[in-house]
Design a protein around this ligand. Structure first.
Ligand code: SAM
Length: 304
């Protein structure tokens, strides 16, 4: 069950799409004074070395964050004009790499922590089921000395998130929560678990903001997932946003090379009203920079 290790994939095109969407969503939510509960059901290890053993093997960041950074912030030259959401994403990545060299990639727990307001009542709850990654995550989070503001649980995130919703009221009495559901989908049942979990979470807390990442691969369950999420959102009369990015086939790959993941999507329920415009500007630029060959595309759809 535990063959997937996110370190192989850290900073790839899927992380770029996921974390750009997450940051643009959080930026808007953090404009409101009231505290918010942030929940990451599949947190990973938190921080990844881009020059480490794992990433050297896959090298997926080369076709993701490394390529994006080189195109928009070329070394020794003026930065290129970028969509604000991409600038925001690259600023955050750069803040983890003060030397200017891309050595560290922040996973979703650290992306979320970067936007957390320490003076307010924001809370961050992280679930990670892999014992090694959970230990690494706890150690990485421990260095932040964030105390009770951040909790790490070695627990199934699909189950652990349920009792956390609805979230406790903030000082002003409002209840706010954002949940990121980002499984590895290495087992087929993950697809069904995501839609069942979303159905239960919307029932418990209809106004929460829910972000789901999923791979676009030739598997019926993967095709069905965004359709199911759309149905669930429509049935609950909640607005939704669906963004996809396909970087296309690698033209240097031979017919026997494993293609790897070339496309993924983000489905957001109760997106902030600013997210559509932010991604409308970012996706074409992402495709122009990360797109490689046959099959490249991007899409953005909203409803509800
Ligand atoms: N969200 C992370 C990020 O953006 O940096 C990446 C997460 S990675 C795609 C998925 C993680 O979920 C893996 O680290 C895996 O060990 C973990 N995992 C798998 N099944 C889980 C479950 N049921 N509950 C919590 N974590 C799980």
């Amino acid at each position: 069950m535990f063959s997937y290790r996110h370190a192989f994939h850290a900073g790839n095109h899927a992380d770029v799409l996921k974390h750009t969407t997450l940051i643009a969503t959080l930026r808007h939510l953090m404009q409101k004074e009231a505290g918010i509960t942030l929940i990451d059901t599949h947190a990973g290890a938190g921080l990844y070395r881009l020059d480490g053993d794992y990433t050297e093997t896959g090298g997926e960041a080369k076709d993701g964050v490394v390529k994006l950074m080189a195109a928009l912030r070329p070394a020794g030259a003026e930065p290129v004009a970028a969509a604000p959401a991409l600038d925001d994403y690259l600023d955050l990545i750069a803040s983890f790499n003060p030397s200017g060299l891309l050595r560290v990639y922040p996973g979703s727990p650290f992306v979320m922590h970067s936007l957390l307001r320490t003076e307010s009542r924001d809370r961050l709850k992280l679930f990670e089921l892999h014992p090694t990654d959970s230990r690494t995550l706890s150690a990485n989070i421990g260095q932040l000395e964030a105390g009770r503001q951040i909790a790490v649980a070695l627990q199934d995130g699909f189950e652990g998130v349920k009792p956390l919703l609805p979230p406790p009221p903030s000082a002003t009495g409002s209840k706010r929560a954002l949940v990121l559901i980002d499984p590895s989908y290495e087992i087929k049942s993950d697809y069904g678990k995501v839609s069942a979990c979303i159905q239960e979470l919307i029932r418990r807390f209809p106004t929460g903001t829910y972000l789901v990442w999923y791979p676009i691969i030739p598997r019926p369950e993967a095709h069905d997932l965004p359709r199911r999420l759309k149905t669930l959102a429509n049935q609950a009369q909640r607005p939704w946003l669906h963004a996809t990015l396909a970087i296309g086939q690698d033209p240097t790959h031979g017919p026997d090379d494993r293609p790897g993941l070339t496309a993924s999507g983000m489905f957001v329920i109760n997106p902030p009203h600013t997210l559509k415009a932010a991604l409308q500007a970012a996706l074409p630029q992402l495709l122009a920079i990360l797109g490689r060959g046959r099959g490249k595309s991007q899409s953005l759809d909203t409803g509800g």
